[in-house]
Design a protein around this ligand. Sequence first.
Ligand code: GTP
Ligand code: MG
Ligand code: ZN
Length: 295
Amino acid sequence: MVVVILLQHQIRGVNLGMNMIGTIIKINCDIHNVLCDNKIYSCKCRGIFRHKHIVPLVGDTVEINEKDCMIEKVLPRRNEFLRPPVSNIDQGILITSLKSPNFSFFLLDKLLILMELHHCQSIICITKVDLLNKLEQEKIKPYLEYYQKIGYPVVFNTDIFQIKKILNHKTSVFTGQTGAGKSTLLNRLNPDWNLKVGEISLSLGRGKHTTRMTELFLLDDGKVLDTPGFSALEFQEYSDEQIREAFIEFENYPCPFKDCSHTNEGECAVKAAVEDKKILESRYQSYLKLLERRF
Ligand SMILES: Nc1nc2c(ncn2[C@@H]2O[C@H](COP(=O)(O)OP(=O)(O)OP(=O)(O)O)[C@@H](O)[C@H]2O)c(=O)[nH]1
Ligand SMILES: [Mg+2]
Ligand SMILES: [Zn+2]
């Protein structure tokens, strides 16, 4: 009997004040847009959140009260990033421009390490290959092959079909330098989103942070987030050991010292592999910079 009444109420859309589970897709001041059952609810947080220092993030799974549109509870997170504040990310799509803004090994490595530290997969997505001449394209190839070989898939922003496949059933965060082409690619994936795309300032060859807010979009069975890029602050809570482990190819070269830091030790298999060109010199330099927290 109860079930029947409930069903009738649901069909008629009468609000019984029951809690529902949804995902926060956008936050603007204290308004949290929560997606539940294909409907977006504009919700606020219960006052208790402030007392308990609970700050909901885009990507959070939350329990909301449909009656008064209040967020009742934030469910446990799989992971969370500080800047931009997002949670429950499966993979990072690292939008990597080859020119304007120019390709940077350190920037790419920083993002790869950041994803490793947060237990997220990384996919390297190359943009602006059309701005390179044939010779420049040939030059960059072995480096891209290196990343592919150590376990990071490399795709081009023109491979829309392949990118859609990668995004399906996952929550993906789009990140990379300003002007690299994140919003452009998202618009190609779904023209309805109509995201603002920036002009490249000619003098700087850089964009100007056109995307200022983090927003989550649905794509087929996946979720994607456009972000204004991550900040170096993300590294602050990680130890040297964690950074070392995040350079995933290093473990293929076991050193005589178990806790070798691959810096000042006399005998070091990682340093030898760098000399033998088995590990990219730029990867090793990125490692040293991150150890010294030089961002
Ligand atoms: N030639 C070329 N231009 C591109 C490509 N992808 C993007 N662009 C251009 O690069 C500029 C910046 O693109 P956006 O998509 O706004 O870059 P973004 O990564 O979203 O930048 P922010 O929002 O500032 O972080 C725009 O003028 C795009 O048209 C590409 O593959 N080739
Ligand atoms: Mg953008
Ligand atoms: Zn070593």
